[in-house]
Design a protein around this ligand. Structure first.
Ligand code: UTP
Ligand code: MN
Length: 500
């Protein structure tokens, strides 16, 4: 740990205590442990009340855990508070006092924890079923996307779009935990067979916490979330979103540009100190085209073009459409293909040969080729979420309108007769095909949960190359995706059920 020098520095700089409130005070009430709920109360008021209570000898916990005896909230709706509490997985929840701020103010006034009266309680409001109705059997939603069926139909876009804004905003600030929390909750909502209409409907869902429930509550009540609106109008968020929409520009570069005061594409392109790498140059050059969605018809046309090229090189090669289009999506941001040959070792030169052909055909606009670094003897890789080691290339191809059934997905006034499209090709050895296919079919959230499930529930390591059983200390072979699901003891999910 490298923390101590920082701690020392902070201590040195600390202002002298003026108000006497934060000076350590002897604990007077050992049996009472408070937790103040931040939601609705707000961060600064919570800090203030925490210090106040501590100055009077109360124990105030920063984190909600089983040691807490009194939960205090302010202005919270009972249902949303209880929904959140139930999701916190406390073993002693039935014995915890869930209290309104009035109990807290009474106690502060008296200088001791006052007896809990009914008027202090935030009553649990479990929705009561009409007497005659038969209770519907509870269908438990799994916390893992690989145990949920998620097709392309999303009935909850109003919530999932809001969650994506929050997730992205946390991603831009590199707050990984919160980012994942919103992506997981969004993923759960995507698997639901209908739109959420009441807060009670999310109360028993996994992956929902205080923050996510609060956003749902706001959207249900006001039609939108104030927190999301605030982010959307935030200059940093808007600029980061704009800059990262360019091919080759990641959050790090976007942040650097933002910090140096740049706000628009013309700011970047006219700034003499900025040197764009070839990927970014192409990104700007074809910005209009590659930020426009790719249609399924265009993906199929590209499939034919790649198939033709591959077969001219080796007749027994195989081209598989993967990524979002394999999951049944109508549109995508790029098109992903796996190309393989049964001839061992041949997959290493396959992509360079395909690229050469595209060059000859005059359709190669950009190519970033990464040779294979795959080595069977390095399996299993213990690096979680690492990029795979197969030969791959990130391309921009020139797609002609006459190759696409029904024509291109371009702007109406565009009469060039072609468009630029992002295409990814990956070329694993044949015996790794099933793992590569499963990994590249996605969705990203599905893959994340599949790996998490393997690791936590099965003590296995899964990546795009292999599946390793840590208990038995061995690699598990698979020739199809079904084999991998079977090894993991999971019900098989078709690609179109993996849109988590
Ligand atoms: P994409 O980013 O292409 O997403 O990655 P998508 O699901 O097809 O969606 P759109 O429509 O293009 O936006 C497809 C899958 O390929 C995996 C990703 O993890 C994702 O699951 N992938 C991508 C890899 O495994 N390795 C890579 O180097 C790139
Ligand atoms: Mn894709």
């Amino acid at each position: 740990m490298f923390q101590s020098p920082i701690v020392l520095r902070v201590k040195k700089r600390q202002k002298p205590l003026e108000d006497g409130v934060s000076r350590p005070v002897k604990v007077k009430f050992e049996d009472v442990r408070l937790y103040l709920v931040e939601r609705k109360m707000g961060h600064s008021r919570r800090s203030f009340l925490t210090q106040l209570a501590r100055s009077k000898g109360f124990i105030v916990e920063d984190v909600l855990s089983d040691t807490v005896t009194h939960v205090v909230s302010e202005n919270s709706q009972a249902l949303s508070l209880w929904t959140w509490l139930r999701g916190c997985d406390l073993k002693n929840l039935p014995s915890v006092h869930v209290l309104d701020i009035s109990w807290f103010t009474d106690s502060m006034r008296e200088g001791r924890p006052v007896a809990v009266e009914t008027r202090h309680l935030v009553q649990d409001t479990v929705p009561v079923l009409p007497e005659c109705s038969t209770p519907t059997p509870e269908v438990k939603v799994s916390q893992y996307a690989c145990q949920r069926r998620t097709n392309t139909e999303n009935y909850n876009t109003i919530f999932t779009d809001a969650f994506e804004v929050l997730a992205l905003s946390y991603e831009f600030s590199e707050i990984e935990g919160q980012c994942q929390a919103f992506r997981r909750a969004a993923s759960v909502l995507k698997s639901l067979p209908s739109a959420v209409r009441r807060l009670g409907e999310v109360q028993d869902l996994p992956c929902f916490g205080e923050h996510t429930i609060g956003i749902i509550e706001d959207i249900l009540q006001y039609g939108h979330s104030f927190e999301v609106e605030k982010i959307l109008s935030d200059e940093r968020y808007q600029t980061m979103k704009l800059f990262t929409s360019v091919f080759g520009v990641g959050p790090k570069t976007a942040e650097k540009w933002y910090r140096s005061g740049l706000r628009s594409f013309s700011d970047i392109l006219t700034e003499p100190d900025i040197h764009l790498n070839p990927m970014q140059q192409t990104g700007f050059l074809h910005y209009e085209d590659i930020s426009r969605a790719v249609s399924k018809a265009e993906a199929l046309a590209l499939g034919n073009i790649i198939d033709e090229a591959v077969h001219a090189i080796t007749p027994d090669a195989l081209t598989t459409l993967t990524g979002g289009f394999r999951r049944g999506k109508e549109f995508g941001h790029d098109v992903d293909f796996i190309v393989t040959t049964p001839e061992p070792g041949r997959e290493k030169s396959l992509l360079p040969d395909i690229i050469d052909r595209f060059k000859q055909d005059g359709i190669l606009l950009y190519c970033d080729y990464q040779a294979s670094t795959f080595d069977v003897s390095n399996l299993p890789s213990l690096r979680f979420e690492a990029m795979d080691h197969f030969a791959k290339c990130f391309l921009i191809l020139r797609l002609k309108a006459n190759k696409v059934e029904g024509g291109l997905n371009s702007a109406e006034e565009d009469d060039r007769g072609w468009r630029a499209v992002r295409v990814d090709l990956v070329s694993p050895p044949m015996d790794r095909y099933a793992f590569a296919l499963l990994g590249w079919t996605g969705s990203r959230q599905f893959e994340r949960d599949l790996r998490r499930f393997a690791r936590i529930e099965r003590r296995m390591l899964l990546d795009n190359h292999t599946l390793y059983d840590k208990t038995k200390n061995k690699l598990l072979a698979a020739t199809t995706e079904k084999d991998i699901f079977a090894h993991l003891g999971l019900e098989y999910l078709e690609p179109w059920q993996r849109n988590a």
